[in-house]
Every structure is written in C-alpha cells, then in structure tokens.
Ligand binder design. Structure first.
Ligand SMILES: Cc1cc2nc3c(=O)[nH]c(=O)nc-3n(C[C@H](O)[C@H](O)[C@H](O)COP(=O)(O)OP(=O)(O)OC[C@H]3O[C@@H](n4cnc5c(N)ncnc54)[C@H](O)[C@@H]3O)c2cc1C
Ligand code: FES
Length: 294
C-alpha cells in the first residue's frame, strides 16, 4: 500500500495483539505504569507513537483508547519484548486498567501515528503539562543515545531538558526515569509544592532565554505534549524566540487508523487556507505553526 490517503498505508506497520500485563504499578497520584508483553509492537514503535487499547473480552468501553508509548522493555535476550504505558485514572478504560491484575490480558493495536522525527539539534527542550510527559522518556533516551527504537538513529541531541508542570507535586510522574536518562528537569506546579510556582510557558521562556545565550535558535528544538492551551502558549513562546516547535495532539480517537475522522484538527495548508487533518494518522505530531488553535 503506497497511497497515503488510504488508512492501510498508516496501519501497515501496526499489529493487533492480546497482550499480557506483567506489571501495573502506581507512579504518582492516580497515575500508573502498565507493562504489556507485545514484542510485535515493541520492536517497531518509535518515540511519540501511540497504541490503542481495549479490554480483552469486554465491549464496554466498545471504542479503543489511545495511550502514548512511554518506553520499550527488552527481554533476557536483549530483544524488545514489552511496551510500557503510563496512564492517569480517569474514565471507563483507565479505571478498569488501574484495577487489572498482573497476568490479565488487554487487546492493543499499534504502533500508530507519526511520532517525533529524530532531527538532530544541540538542545532539545521537551515541554509537558498534565499527563503530557508520557512520550518524552522514549524521546530523551533516543535523543541522548541510550536506546534504539525500531530501526531509527540514536544520539541526535547534545542535551535534553524537560519543562514539566502539574497541579501539584504528587501528580508529577516518572521523574526518576527522566533523571536516569540524563534529562535536565525544570519542574513547576500550580501550588508551588515542587519546582517553581509558575506556568509551563513561563518556565519555557526562561529555559529558552538561557539556552539562546550559547546556542543558536536554529540549533534548538521544542517538543510539546499536554493541554492544548499550554501547547498554544508554549508554541507562541518558541515562535517569539525563533525556535522550531512541534506539538503532539491528544484529540479523542475512535479507530486510531484513519477511518472514522473523529480525531480531526484544523491544520493550515500551504495556500494559507486550513483543512481538517486526522490526528491519528497525519499526527499526532504537527509543526506548531501549522495548527489553528481554537
Ligand atoms: C495520541 C494520544 C495519546 C494519549 N496518551 C495518553 C497517555 O499516555 N496517558 C493518558 O493517561 N492518557 C493519554 N491520552 C488520553 C487518553 O486516551 C484518554 O484519557 C482516555 O480516552 C481516557 O479513557 P477513559 O476510558 O479512561 O476515559 P473516558 O471514559 O473515555 O472519559 C473521557 C473523558 O470524560 C471525562 N471523564 C470521565 N470520567 C472522569 C472523571 N472521573 N473525572 C474527570 N473527568 C472524567 C474526561 O474528560 C475524560 O477525558 C492520549 C490521547 C491521545 C489521543
Ligand atoms: S481516530 Fe479514526 S480517523 Fe482518527
């Protein structure tokens, strides 16, 4: 399949598997890490891609839910064996998942979406709010050369920072994983219980100004994931500094493979007009300047 207008084009590399849960633990308040044995997906996925997930044998919820791939875990032979997902307990699927026992099975299909491109830069600044940090452990590991995902190159950034904000300290999840990967952590909380008592775009502006003292704007990249209002403001900060910015959208999805158009976002075209693009297959990562924020 070579026609990018066909859903099969995007799903060509995806597999659907019934995956066994081997770990399901609390990482932070209401936030869990689940490990699913799915070598077919673990060997293909690249940072920023996601999977769709359903509860095996149940039809409520009927529609799958999208979760970003947090990390890939290798087995004893060193081959990719399992995927880690980090989720916040919220509605039907995530409540069920939080109570799922080790050894139980979920249906998962992926990898899906485009992911973040491994474009070389000197300073990679990842920007996350809420549960938006989930794609960034894999991004950091690849960018700093610690782990290969799929067949992609590694070591494409000289240094990596994470500007990460949450309502309060107990919601910040995965900090140890970022620290172990060698990421410079710039934390903020709404209530000041950890890091700066500030909003994410404010901290991003400070990190960018600092970076621009010894790095050219062209050698810095900003990647964002989280609430749309945060990404809109963060992308304005990056644009004001002349720094390239990409955002990962979390529009609700039904099929995940380009068929239902439930996930569309307004994206600017080269002629200046806009068109709806399916976040699941033409995203979730878009150049920030192309998005029409609403
Ligand atoms: C590409 C992509 C990647 C994503 N990655 C992640 C990820 O890595 N981790 C993650 O946690 N999420 C992620 N999401 C979001 C995730 O798909 C949704 O949060 C998920 O649909 C929740 O499913 P659910 O069945 O638990 O909630 P649903 O039952 O579908 O609830 C849907 C919505 O109803 C509201 N709602 C329902 N119950 C409650 C409640 N008790 N309190 C407040 N609001 C409520 C919320 O607005 C909620 O978003 C991602 C989404 C996309 C599109
Ligand atoms: S979720 Fe169906 S087209 Fe995107």
């Amino acid at each position: 399949m070579s026609n990018p207008l066909q859903a099969a084009y995007y799903a060509d590399d995806a597999q659907q598997v019934d995956a066994k849960i081997t770990e399901n633990r609390l990482l932070a308040r209401e936030t869990f890490l689940v490990r699913l044995v799915a070598p077919e997906i673990a060997s293909r996925v690249v940072p920023g891609q996601f999977v769709m997930i359903r509860i095996h044998g149940l039809d409520d919820p009927l529609i799958g839910r999208a979760l970003a791939v947090y990390d890939v875990h290798s087995g004893a032979a060193g081959e990719p064996e399992a995927i880690d997902l980090v989720y916040i307990r919220k509605g039907k699927l995530t409540r069920y998942l939080a109570g799922a026992a080790v050894g139980s099975v979920v249906t998962v299909w992926g990898p899906l979406g485009n992911g973040f491109a491994p474009d070389p830069c000197e300073h990679l600044i990842m920007v996350a709010g809420g549960i938006g940090q989930t794609p960034f452990v894999a991004v950091a590991k690849e960018a700093l050369g610690h782990q290969r995902f799929g067949q992609r190159q590694t070591g494409w950034a000289k240094r990596v920072s994470l500007v990460y904000g949450a309502r309060s300290a107990d919601l910040l999840a995965g900090l140890d994983d970022f620290a172990a990967a060698g990421v410079d952590l710039q934390l903020c909380t709404d209530d000041g219980t950890r890091g700066r008592k500030a909003l994410v775009p404010t901290v991003l502006e400070e990190v960018l100004q600092q970076s621009l003292q010894n790095t050219s704007a062209a050698a810095i990249r900003v990647l964002c994931c989280g609430p749309e209002i945060m990404m809109e403001k963060a992308s304005e900060v990056a644009a004001a500094c002349g720094v390239r910015c990409e955002v990962s959208m979390e529009t609700p999805m039904a099929c995940g493979i380009g068929i239902c158009f439930s996930c569309v976002a307004k994206v600017r075209q080269s002629d200046g007009d806009w068109d709806y693009k399916r976040t699941c297959v033409e995203g979730p990562v878009f150049p920030a300047e192309k998005l029409c924020w609403e």
